[in-house]
Design a protein around this ligand. Structure first.
Ligand SMILES: Cc1cc2nc3c(=O)[nH]c(=O)nc-3n(C[C@H](O)[C@H](O)[C@H](O)COP(=O)(O)O)c2cc1C
Length: 348
């Protein structure tokens, strides 16, 4: 039997051994210096050993003020490169590829300093009112994304994902509920998208041509007055036109609470429509913890990659277990792991 889930996939010069992506998940394990710790090494290393095709980090902040918490990873200084290089090197030794998610938390930041956002509108009652970014600050922030991407390239990272969803800075520019600016970064859909697209263009130009660029985008806000599905598809087209190689499609989270139904694969249909409209590779995320469901959505050409979050927290060896259950022979990063399957299953 063939397995779409365990078939290889290429984006520019990056070749994945299977379609399973570790979904970005903030682990709150860094110190104030934003550097990779031993805990990160064990956490990400274990997922690489467990057969995940693409190990993607949690949010990595492009500026100290863009962190969600004081325990976030960062890439605003050269000193932060070495830890990521260690992670990338180990992932490669395991046959995995390694990506990082570049982010700025915007009005969702919870630090001592006031958050920064397109407009001075708080995320929720228990969040501080943000400062509206001035136009000159936007140019400098765009350059922070570029510097972080250059450092990622030096660290041997295979793919950079720009986080433009879940209510963080770039998403909050796109949405009229959080962006009420009257300059050229607010108002029309084109204006609201201007800053995000500036960032994407600048990062693409600085990121090595043979390495792919991804954007985590929101397909719909599920909120009156928010990003509609038509807006999401339009935005996806703009990203495609700027050479983005992977659209990592998610929904909601601009405001607290999730206003749509959640069930296995609840966001697949949005990713599928983005793929159809743009022709660009897509990944889907959200309660995708069944190998059978993943085989179907990849095999039917609905999505290209699947991002797995909480299931890979519960079980870092989940990909190996899926392959084993399906009778698929995959190369194990540690050959001795084979003794936990097949003829050695009884342990002697
Ligand atoms: C603990 C935790 C931390 C998360 N941190 C991030 C993050 O850093 N960046 C991001 O884009 N999404 C983040 N998410 C969302 C996940 O990437 C994913 O979209 C979500 O958990 C749904 O997938 P799942 O049902 O497979 O867990 C986080 C989710 C969890 C549970």
């Amino acid at each position: 039997m063939t397995s779409p889930l365990f078939s290889p996939f290429a984006l520019r010069g990056m070749r994945l051994q299977n379609r399973i992506v570790l979904s970005p998940m903030l682990m709150y394990m860094a110190g104030e210096d934003g550097r990779v710790t031993d805990r990160h090494f064990v956490h990400y290393g274990a997922r690489a050993l467990g057969g995940t095709g693409l190990v993607m980090t949690e949010v990595v902040a492009v500026t100290p003020r863009g962190r969600i918490s004081p325990c976030d990873l960062g890439l605003w200084q050269d000193e932060q490169v070495e830890g990521l290089r260690r992670l990338a090197t180990f992932a490669h030794e395991c046959g995995a590829r390694f990506g990082i998610q570049l982010a700025h938390a915007g009005r969702k930041a919870r630090l001592e300093q006031r958050p920064q956002a397109p407009s001075a509108i708080a995320y929720a009652d228990d969040h501080a009112q943000p400062e509206a970014l001035r136009e000159a600050e936007l140019a400098s922030l765009r350059d922070d994304y570029v510097s972080a991407a250059r450092r990622a390239a030096a660290a041997g990272v295979d793919i950079v994902e720009i986080h433009a969803a879940h209510g963080y800075l770039l998403h909050s520019f796109l949405c009229p509920l959080s962006n009420t600016r009257t300059d050229r970064y607010g108002g029309s859909r084109e204006n609201r998208a201007r800053f995000v697209l500036d960032v994407v263009e600048a990062v693409r130009a600085a990121w090595p041509a043979e390495r792919p660029l991804a954007v985590r985008m929101t397909a719909i806000d599920h909120h009156d007055g928010g990003v509609s599905e038509a807006d999401g598809l339009w935005f996806a087209g703009q990203l495609a036109a700027r050479g983005v190689d992977l659209l990592d499609v998610t929904t909601g989270n601009l405001v607290p609470g999730y206003a749509a139904d959640v069930y296995p694969g609840y966001q697949v249909r949005y990713a599928e429509r983005v793929r159809r409209a743009t022709g660009v590779a897509v990944s889907s995320v959200g309660s995708l913890a069944s190998a059978d469901l993943m085989e179907e959505i990849i095999g039917a050409g609905r999505v290209d990659l699947v991002c797995v979050g909480r299931e890979l927290i519960r079980n870092p060896n989940w990909p190996i277990e899926c392959a084993r259950r399906a009778g698929i022979d995959i190369e194990l990063p540690i050959g001795t792991y084979a003794r936990a399957s097949g003829p050695y299953e009884r342990g002697f």
